[in-house]
Design a protein around this ligand. Sequence first.
Ligand SMILES: Nc1nc2c(ncn2[C@@H]2O[C@H](COP(=O)(O)OP(=O)(O)O)[C@@H](O)[C@H]2O)c(=O)[nH]1
Ligand SMILES: [Mg+2]
Length: 222
Amino acid sequence: MKIVAAKKILRANEQLAAENRQQLDRAGVYCINLVGSPGSGKTTLLEALFSRIREMVRPAVIEGDLASQIDADRIEKLGIPVVQINTEGMCHLDATMIGAAAAGFNLGSVDLLAIENVGNLVCTANYDLGEHLRVVVLSVPEGDDKIAKYPPIFQRSDVLIISKYDLLPHFDFDASRVEADMRRLAPDAPVFRVSAKTGEGMDTLAGWFCERCRQGGRVVQH
Ligand SMILES: Nc1nc2c(ncn2[C@@H]2O[C@H](COP(=O)(O)OP(=O)(O)O)[C@@H](O)[C@H]2O)c(=O)[nH]1
Ligand SMILES: [Mg+2]
């Protein structure tokens, strides 16, 4: 009985996610769902990304955390529209939450909506939010065995970002092993090695995101 209930919840979520995607498409908004462990560098990555692309793409952010508005405050400091969702114990965002949060923006002035999901490599894998692109962030200090240990989230992601690449000399982290594991699960997903701290790889990543927005039919030049 419990399994049936879980399936029903997931099916209802998929329907709502499809509605979110339609709404975003109508408004010309490209949406990314950023997933990864707590502390993998998701917010720092968004800060570094926006400083490079905001002249070309108008961003907005939905922040998901169990509690606090720490990340929303960081994004607000950049003058970027942001809505914070506090899940109060839930380990992932769902499509209902995103539908409600998206109502807090004027979508007509947004080109790229970035959702920072709750830090978690397990639960977030099962919930489509209506995004166009799921981006998984794996940081060097987490270890190079995480794809092998937590396959679903990597299999269901469109892009892998290996973050905190500046820390590579201090950890036994084999980036080629990670890339090979990712290729097995998601052969078409590009892999980026970046450091938001030193800027290594960030310009390439920013250019790639701009291109994805453009290909998605979203306006890039204003
Ligand atoms: N060395 C290094 N530290 C980073 C980098 N990106 C983030 N951090 C640090 O990692 C910690 C967690 O970052 P944060 O962006 O809040 O992670 P989140 O929980 O995934 O959003 C903070 O102390 C950041 O300063 C990076 O590229 N290099
Ligand atoms: Mg964060």
